[in-house]
Each structure stands twice: as structure tokens, then as C-alpha cells.
Design a protein around this ligand. Structure first.
Ligand code: HEC
Length: 205
């Protein structure tokens, strides 16, 4: 359904120029409030970077956009053979994932250690891991116990299982975002367009 909304609105309206402005503006993002485009740019980069980080190929593509318009092609830094991901964007994207998307979406294949040297320093990643609680054990009494997270722990999930996720989202399942860029036609272009593609409905709807 999200794919359908995107195909009918975004591809036609979002221009390359707007994207360029977003990129320029994003260099000051740490000082200023983030715009919707900047946030989306960061997330799309972060998700693309995360997918590359675990180096797994997922040949199965969902077909949400296959029978509609294709997203516009954006000049991502990582598209050039001589450059790589923008680390500032990965860092911003992770922050937005944590503050917004993590309420519904898991990031199962990414551990806190994967952030070290990519988007965060080791101390920062450790501190973020420690803010999360993990069940571990059993201890010598045979009891499971809670402990603060470590670098080797994977990102905490928002829901214990798929049924709980669907129940909380009107039956729809928020997919895991670890490999989402590889799992959609158009990759980062698709994700960016999806995130920036919502517009107010025409009046009297
Ligand atoms: C309130 C819960 C919620 C939040 C918060 C949320 N999502 Fe989702 N998202 C969903 C659900 C539910 C679906 C599945 C929709 C469907 O299957 O129709 C989904 C689907 C998606 C998809 C797949 C779309 C497709 O075409 O297949 C992507 C990508 C996505 N979300 C990214 C994000 C990102 C990035 C954020 C944070 C900026 C985010 N979501 C925040 C609930 C959420």
C-alpha cells in the first residue's frame, strides 16, 4: 500500500534539484532542526550503509513498485566508483531510526559493534548499547536476568514476534530494515522517495 501511495505522488514531483538542496543543507544538520528531506536522506543512506556493512545479498525483491512508476535516480555519494557512503548521513540516519522508526521496525542484523568506526566511536556505541536492557543467563541459580547491552548485542526489537507487530499495526507487518535497500527495486532511491513522498490529500477528500 505504501508503495502505491509513493508511485502516484513522488516520482513526478521530487526533482534532482530539490535533492541537491537537501544534500547541501545537510552539512549543517547537526546545528539545525532537520527537514523531512534531510531525515529521509540520512535514513536511506544509513540503511544502505547498514546493508553493505553486513555484506549479505538478498536476491528476493518485493514488487511494490514493479508495476508502477520508478523512483527518480538520485546522485548518491556511494554511486560513484571513487567514493563511499557519507558517514554523517549514516550517523543522522541511525539517530532518526532510533528515535522514530525503531518504534515499529527491527534492525535484526545490525549489532552495536557494526556502528563503531562507521557512524559512532567505540565509546558512543558502548554508551548507546548500555542504555538498552537484554535478558541473559541463566545465572548459577538457573535464573535469567537483565543486564545492560554490550557492543556485541544486536539492536533491540520493538515487538517480541510478528503477531505482536501486526496486532499493533492494524494487521500490517513493519519489515525488518537491515537489508531493506537491497530488498526493494530502486534501492535507496525507492526508500528516499517513499519517505519524502507523502503529501497532504487534495482538499475535500
Ligand atoms: C507506527 C509504526 C511505524 C513507524 C514509526 C515506521 N514504520 Fe515503516 N512501516 C510500518 C508498517 C506497518 C509497514 C508495512 C506497511 C504495509 O505492509 O502495508 C511499514 C513499511 C515500511 C517500509 C516498506 C515499504 C514498502 O514499500 O515495502 C519501509 C522502507 C519503511 N516502513 C521504512 C520506515 C522508516 C525508514 C521509518 C522511520 C523514519 C518508518 N518506516 C517508521 C510501520 C511503521
Amino acid at each position: 500500500m505504501l508503495g502505491k501511495i509513493f508511485t502516484s505522488t513522488t516520482a513526478r514531483t521530487f526533482s534532482r534539484q530539490a535533492f541537491q538542496q537537501t544534500r547541501n543543507a545537510s552539512t549543517q544538520a547537526s546545528k539545525t532542526k532537520l527537514s523531512r528531506g534531510e531525515i529521509a536522506l540520512g535514513i536511506a543512506s544509513a540503511l544502505a550503509g547498514g546493508a553493505a556493512g553486513v555484506q549479505l545479498m538478498n536476491p528476493v525483491h518485493a514488487d511494490a513498485a514493479a508495476d508502477g512508476l520508478h523512483p527518480a535516480a538520485y546522485p548518491w555519494a556511494q554511486n560513484s566508483p571513487f567514493s563511499t557512503f557519507e558517514h554523517d548521513s549514516i550517523r543522522r540516519g541511525y539517530q532518526v531510526y532510533r528515535e522514530v522508526c525503531a518504534a515499529c521496525h527491527s534492525l535484526d542484523r545490525i549489532a552495536f559493534r557494526n556502528l563503531v568506526g562507521v557512524s559512532h566511536t567505540e565509546e558512543e556505541a558502548k554508551a548507546m548499547a548500555e542504555e538498552c536492557e537484554y535478558t541473559d543467563g541463566p545465572d548459577d541459580q538457573g535464573e535469567m536476568f537483565q543486564r545492560p547491552g554490550k557492543l556485541s548485542d544486536y539492536m533491540p526489537k520493538p515487538y517480541p514476534n510478528e503477531e505482536a507487530a501486526r496486532a499493533a499495526n492494524g494487521g500490517a507487518y513493519p519489515p525488518d530494515l537491515s537489508l531493506i535497500v537491497k530488498a526493494r527495486h530502486g534501492g535507496a532511491d525507492y526508500i528516499f522517495s517513499l519517505l519524502t513522498g507523502y503529501v497532504d490529500p487534495p482538499c475535500r477528500c
